[in-house]
Design a protein around this ligand. Structure first.
Ligand SMILES: [Zn+2]
Length: 444
């Protein structure tokens, strides 16, 4: 696979490169900690300098910077030469967490002669898709390093260590018509019977030898399970991506390439937040103070800047499912592979307005990019994302846009590589656009 590489130009001619770069990014990002690290590595190779929140910042005009919080949420920005108080900010917001099963603080169980893992459900995964998969462990650990010190490192076990077995059809005859999953009692994976501690489970095998962890006592961890089955593309021209975490690593990937490549002298920003899947309310989530504090330290939060600015809230959209077409409104039913999806919701679960939708449609038309509009049916509760949260926190005009997919929140989702490339093109164009001040953009 191609590495996630800033020199890869995501043009139509290099569809293979873009596909391989996206697949590689997802493959190397089994947890939000890994996604953040991959993005940081990529941004550094594209000339971005790491900032540390606890230190003073001295920012140069034209400089490229990024900062992380809690080893997950990442904000990258380019200062540009043009003053933000006249030119505004162009921002992309996405999230790097995905629904999953997290290991409980005390994760080893022994029941009925088996060793199992105790898990907590993170966000809203489609639980039935987690059964009968080869699962492994990834995330962050803190361990006792002797000499009164604690070390941390990321763990990415490559080999499978656990499976949540289904109950056989012979023991549950209604399984195909009515399957109830109790999240406390039915989701414990089975592990090998000679694993008596999490330390042993993590250290056994030769797949984490470069992590710095040698089986020392764990003092804390943020570990989750993931499916070891790597992302794949299939179909004529390999145009469909089948993978975990398409929601929302696809948008993080497109946003990172866009901010690295954009030819602009304006202030632009990429926000990749953690905890979106659980409501974004945390010290590092989009509903917390991280973004506001980075804005305050870079361009300020004055309405004279913020109201001239635009946020593209980048997240997945629901493609109409041929087996469940009644789940969509007839006239707002995006088709996978038929273009980007602009998401609208009267109740502000998406932050798009007629004004910001008009701006994005005009951008798509200028770029000759196909686009579709999604609304939820009135009788199906709409999902949401970070757009409305950021818009209500800092008052920035926002539009929700994304790539259509099937099976959102499944352990394996499906999307189109063509849509992903179009998304990167749109995001780049918005960062490069001369004017995002919508109060001046519209002729009155
Ligand atoms: Zn999402």
């Amino acid at each position: 696979m191609n590495r996630f590489d800033p020199t890869v130009e995501a043009t139509a001619e290099s569809e293979d490169n873009y596909r391989n770069s996206l697949l590689d990014f997802i493959f190397r990002s089994p947890s939000p900690y890994h996604a953040s690290r991959c993005l940081a590595d990529f941004l550094e190779s594209a000339g971005f300098t790491r900032l540390v929140e606890e230190e003073q910042w001295s920012l140069e005009p034209g400089g490229r910077y990024y900062v992380t919080r809690n080893d997950t949420s990442l904000i990258a920005f380019r200062c540009g030469q043009n003053p933000a108080d006249s030119a505004g900010i162009r921002a992309i917001g996405a999230h790097l967490d995905s629904p999953c099963l997290k290991l409980a603080p005390n994760p080893i169980l022994q029941r009925h002669g088996y060793h199992q893992l105790n898990v907590e459900v993170y966000g809203s995964p489609l639980l039935r898709t987690w059964f009968d998969r080869d699962l492994s462990i990834a995330g962050r650990i803190f361990f006792d390093n002797g000499k009164r010190s604690v070390r941390k490192c990321l763990i990415h076990k490559a080999d499978p260590v656990a499976v949540i077995p289904s109950v056989a059809i012979h023991l549950e005859r209604e399984a195909n018509t009515r399957q109830e999953i109790n999240s406390q009692t039915h989701l414990n994976p089975v592990i090998s019977g000679d694993m008596d501690s999490l330390e042993q489970l993590l250290f056994t095998g030769d797949d984490i030898t470069d992590s710095g962890y040698n089986g020392q006592t764990l003092l804390g961890h943020d570990l989750s399970l993931y499916d070891v089955n790597p992302p794949e593309c299939f179909g004529t021209g390999k145009k469909l991506i089948s993978s975990a975490r398409i929601d929302n690593l696809l948008s993080c990937h497109a946003g990172a390439i866009a901010i690295a490549e954009a030819q602009t002298d304006n202030f632009c920003m990429l926000v990749c937040s953690d905890h979106e899947e659980v409501g974004s309310v945390s010290d590092s989530g989009a509903g917390g103070p991280f973004l506001a504090s980075v804005l305050r330290r870079s361009v300020g939060l004055d309405p004279s800047v913020i109201r001239r600015s635009l946020l593209i809230s980048a997240d997945g959209a629901h493609g109409i499912h041929p087996n469940y077409p009644h789940k969509h409104d007839d006239r707002h039913a995006p088709i996978i592979g038929n273009g980007l999806v602009i998401k609208v919701n009267a109740n502000q679960n998406y932050a798009s307005s007629g004004e910001s939708v008009a701006f994005i449609r005009k951008q798509c038309e200028n770029l000759n990019l196909p686009h579709q509009i999604f609304i939820s049916r009135n009788d199906i509760r709409c999902g949401s994302t970070i757009g409305p949260i950021v818009a209500s926190e800092i008052g920035i005009r926002t539009v929700d846009v994304g790539v259509a997919q099937f099976a959102m929140h499944s352990i394996r989702e499906l999307a189109s590589i063509g849509d992903a490339i179009d998304f990167k093109r749109l995001l780049t164009a918005v960062l490069e656009s001369e004017k995002v001040d919508l109060s001046e953009w519209v002729d009155t």
